[in-house]
Design a protein around this ligand. Sequence first.
Ligand code: ADP
Length: 265
Amino acid sequence: MLEMRDVSFDYGSGVPVLEHINVQIEEGEFIGLGGRNGCGKTTVTRLLMGLEKPAAGDIMYNGKVINHEEAAVRSHFMGYVFQRPERQMFRPTVQAEVAYGPQQLGMSRADADDAVREALESTDLTSLADAYPPNLNRGEKQRVAIASAIAMHTQYIILDEPTSGQDSADKQMLMELLTALNQKGMTILLITHDMDILAQYCKRVLVIGNHTKAFDGTPEELFTQREDLYGLGLSRPEAVTLSLAVPGMKYCCSMKEFTAEILTK
Ligand code: ADP
């Protein structure tokens, strides 16, 4: 389990960014992190990754304080996909990029080769194994970063706005990949501004507002019970709005579900 225990943080100017955040992330969860621009979402993930240290409170992994464990050490159990994944790629080919982590872990050559092959297969990158990473499109680069985590057999994967600027086919492909990884047991935490992603794919939503945790629950609770969605920088997905407008209809988290439901009426 990954935990933020009473964590506060500022970037040194004394202006608080996060105050007294308590969050527990169990293995196997699929969590969306939302909130308005500048509320501190990226900061939360940077703290979890070890790219920033808490001003107060602790980051814990399986009950042990890891505040002073560097990002490189945490990368053994936590993969991170940056908003601009090209910033985390330094090798001449996709294959070499994905192989770097397993080599650092000291896996045997045969185990590393297997891990890389499986990671490329599950991210649909086998045909791009020899490609030069900077030449890939954004969706492909993101999949390379995800493949790097898979090859290291990390338990967690944290993604910062993975679908922003992508067309809907790429977005769906990425979300289906993350869902499949989650079904195999990988824990997913993703930052998103996309309400449909929060509603459709996430099992739990965390919202940061006013420097602290403003919501922690299911997407259904968020979108049906919170009256201050706009204040939190969120909005209700169209499918949810439509399903609530039809008397007697169940909560629908996607237009596909809504359409199927209305056809049975
Ligand atoms: P979000 O991801 O929710 O948009 P961030 O975590 O990026 O928010 O930023 C939270 C706050 O911290 C914002 O007010 C932002 O301007 C500030 N901030 C982010 N990075 C830095 C930095 N390196 N130095 C100073 N302030 C920063």
